[in-house]
Design a protein around this ligand. Structure first.
Ligand SMILES: NC(=O)c1ccc[n+]([C@@H]2O[C@H](COP(=O)([O-])OP(=O)(O)OC[C@H]3O[C@@H](n4cnc5c(N)ncnc54)[C@H](OP(=O)(O)O)[C@@H]3O)[C@@H](O)[C@H]2O)c1
Length: 173
């Protein structure tokens, strides 16, 4: 995830971060995408990103939606699937299919769901030196109490974009 200093993952009503995220963050993010074989996102993130997604045989993307039928015509089994399973059910069914790592790419609603289910092990967070008055939150509002431990921190550019890598050390209540 990339956020403003005050935890916004979108700027106002604009639903993409590519206009304000630094090129260094985008390079880091594309590096993670390149390595991933399994990518999970919420339907709003999918809607915001889908023009830029190219489906390849080495990657399965799963989009969480309560209305998978709505997306039936866009689904490509093994490459792009739509699911209304709970995070636990989803992870367990994907593990049975042989996946051992999952890259969760947001947005805030789905981040909250996975954190609540205790299914996040690590968090990569880029902090851009920006403050937005309005926009979506990194983690949507849910009762959560998650403790993390900083594993690494790197300054990505002269303006002071910071990339942090955390381990989730204690799960939710
Ligand atoms: N800055 C960043 O790093 C970053 C990263 C990712 C995304 N974003 C931005 O964040 C925005 C989207 O974030 P968001 O929080 O609004 O939405 P989101 O988490 O991407 O997606 C929310 C959607 O997930 C589905 N969902 C939620 N709970 C579910 C459940 N229990 N079971 C099944 N499906 C469920 C629902 O889809 P349906 O409505 O289809 O049922 C819901 O509308 C986009 O603008 C995107 O560009 C920014």
């Amino acid at each position: 995830m990339v956020s403003s200093l005050n935890g916004k993952i979108t700027k106002g009503n604009n639903n993409t971060s590519q206009w304000w995220a630094s090129k260094e963050d985008q390079a880091h993010f594309h590096g993670l995408l390149k390595k991933a074989h399994l990518i999970v996102m919420g339907s709003k993130t999918y809607e915001a990103a889908k023009q830029g997604i190219s489906l390849t045989s080495d990657k399965l993307r799963v989009v969480l939606t309560r209305k998978p039928k709505k997306y039936a015509s866009e689904a490509v089994p093994g490459r792009l699937e739509f699911s209304n399973k709970s995070p636990k059910q989803l992870v367990s069914s994907l593990a049975k299919r042989g996946y051992s790592q999952l890259l969760l790419v947001g947005g805030g609603e789905v981040n909250a769901l996975f954190l609540k289910s205790g299914l996040v092990n690590e968090l990569y967070l880029t902090l851009e030196p920006l403050i937005f008055g309005t926009g979506k939150e990194l983690v949507a509002e849910l009762p959560l109490d998650v403790k993390l431990k900083l594993l690494a921190i790197k300054k990505l550019n002269k303006r002071g974009t910071i990339l942090c890598r955390y381990a989730v050390s204690k799960q939710t209540r």
